[in-house]
Design a binder for this molecule. Structure first.
Ligand SMILES: Cc1cc2nc3c(=O)[nH]c(=O)nc-3n(C[C@H](O)[C@H](O)[C@H](O)COP(=O)(O)O)c2cc1C
Ligand SMILES: O=C(O)C(=O)c1ccccc1
Length: 388
């Protein structure tokens, strides 16, 4: 049971007599603006940009305005329960750190700063296949804290199998298989800025240290980094995959498997038919298909199809506490936070990530209580009104 939001709020106001000149931002917009100030064009737009004309990114945010919360009164909301259960475990909050590659382009602490921040807060960190440091190093700084591994399903099955094995060996407790990025989309800002971090050797840490990947190179990456990166561009993704291939993953891991990037209810059904353990409704933050359905718009149909038979997580557009509440009320089991964490990382390293997540949780907790609700896991559609 918690009154997390009240505590965070109190801590802030307590400093009123003693203002901190290095105070970190509160508003999402302020984090983004500060990140813009500290980052070069290439890295900033790599994070902030989307596919094509950015329509999906906009839709991800405006979708939340199409639902309004209808608060209830006099329901004793003094102690609130923020926990959710997934895959036989209880999580403190319905929030995870989204898988984000190449964090080293944003801050020198990179993936390790974010992972440490999450570990300290009891928020699961989802390590990306495209991290700059290998997954074992991330695991090391997290100790026993909860972590998931995001798989980019390589064209080379040996690399895929090896990643799954390494994740299991280093204490990751779930595998997130990202389906929406077998190749990178047409990203106008990155093309304009001529910026692709991998070609600079960022975000390839798991590959360069992987025995299966290395065994396919003529020379080790330490001797010939350019050829290693060229090989990476050949095997990174696999646009040839079909639903029949899911069996390969099952054969190579005993961990729960979640499919990330599901937007169509028929794909949610196929996911269940193929025996996966969960899905993540996501359009990759609008970075893949411009003009795609927003993730929040896709959510209700999908939760209706899944009928509570497996966890349905959601990301793409979570910025504030009320966003979390709306997604949960539409049937999400938990949500993932992406860009806000990256702006936190850019501005203040791991400390910034922690501040961003702490504020979202505090806002979420207070908003839930003020809406007359006591438990994240019990939120339902009845607290929402569709405005359009
Ligand atoms: C810079 C950046 C890198 C990302 N890298 C990955 C990745 O390696 N793997 C992955 O599954 N998703 C990746 N994503 C997508 C996020 O996991 C998540 O779906 C997205 O950020 C959600 O949108 P939002 O941040 O606008 O809320 C990345 C997103 C950003 C912004
Ligand atoms: O940039 C991305 O959205 C992304 O998912 C990605 C893909 C490959 C490597 C690193 C990140």
């Amino acid at each position: 049971m918690s009154n997390f939001g009240n505590q965070v709020q109190f801590q802030v106001y307590q400093t009123m007599q003693n203002p901190d000149p290095d105070r970190l931002p509160v508003l999402y917009e302020e984090w983004e603006k500060k990140a813009r100030d500290v980052l070069e064009d290439g890295p900033y737009y790599y994070v902030a940009g989307g596919a094509g004309g950015g329509k999906t990114m906009e839709a991800n945010l405006s979708a939340f305005d199409q639902w309004s919360i209808v608060p209830r009164m006099l329901r004793n909301v003094e102690d609130r329960d923020l926990t959710v259960d997934m895959f036989g475990q209880t999580y403190h909050y319905p929030i995870l750190h989204a898988p984000i590659g190449v964090q080293s382009i944003i801050h020198e602490e990179g993936d390790l700063g974010s992972a440490r921040a999450c570990a300290e807060m009891g928020i699961p960190f989802t390590a990306s296949s495209a991290s700059t440091v290998p997954m074992e190093k991330i695991a090391e700084v997290m100790g026993d804290a909860s972590r998931w591994f995001q798989l980019y399903w390589s064209k080379d099955p040996d690399v895929t199998a090896s990643f799954l094995q390494r994740a299991e060996n280093s204490g990751y407790s779930a595998i997130v298989v990202t389906l929406d990025t077998p190749m990178l989309a047409w990203r106008e800002y990155d093309l304009k800025n001529v910026y692709l971090p991998f070609l600079l050797g960022e975000g390839v840490g798991n590959y360069l240290t992987d025995p299966a990947f290395r065994s396919k190179l003529d020379k080790p990456p330490e001797e010939d980094p350019t050829s290693a990166i060229m090989h990476w561009t050949q095997v990174f993704g696999n646009p040839g995959l079909t639903w029949e291939d899911i069996g390969f993953l099952r054969k190579h891991t005993t961990l729960p498997i979640l499919l990330k990037g599901v937007l169509h209810p028929d794909d949610a059904k196929l996911a269940m038919d193929h025996g996966v353990d969960g899905i993540i409704v996501s359009n990759h933050g609008g970075r893949q298909v411009d003009g795609s359905i927003s993730a929040l718009e896709a959510l209700p149909q999908i939760t209706k199809t899944v009928q509570g038979k497996m966890p349905v997580l959601m990301d793409s557009g979570i910025r504030r506490g009320s966003d979390v509440l709306k997604a949960m009320a539409l049937g999400a089991t938990a949500v993932l936070v992406g860009r806000p964490c990256m702006y936190g990382l850019a501005v203040a390293g791991g400390k910034g990530v922690q501040e961003v997540l702490k504020n979202i949780i505090a806002d979420m907790d207070l908003t839930m209580g003020l809406a007359g609700q006591k438990s994240m896991a019990e939120l339902d559609r009845k607290i929402l009104n569709k405005t359009t």
